[in-house]
Design a binder for this molecule. Sequence first.
Ligand code: CU
Length: 148
Amino acid sequence: MPTLTSRRALLFGIPALVLAGGIVTAGAMMRSVPDNVDLALDKPTAGGLYKTAITPEATPITVGSMHAWTVTLQTADGAPVKAAKIGINGGMPQHGHGLPTSPQVTKDLGDGRYLIEGMKFNMRGWWTLDLAIDGPKGPDTVSFNLVL
Ligand SMILES: [Cu+2]
């Protein structure tokens, strides 16, 4: 997935930029992201009930702009999960704050795909995007990491 490559480049590029600049500004705001953060945008849920994937409507994701994502849900054996309920939460683990907006599923796109609208990331750094899924196999959760 090309977006993964560019995110990796960004992840390792930030410390280099800070060094090149010669100045570390704003202390905690520039805290570096741990090297072992899993940036995969597709993964199984914590309890293994579903396979999930999230796709931004456009890349790169720009800080401060309202945008949409598509969530794809499948059962563990690959069948589309229809009529699921998805709760969305998230925030910045290193800053102790949540999302600045309250994104929601606004459309069932069919075939286990759901449109999430109202997403906004208002600063650079490490974000998590947490989904609480309630589907035919039961409730499960998944957490994605993004580095902007
Ligand atoms: Cu923050």
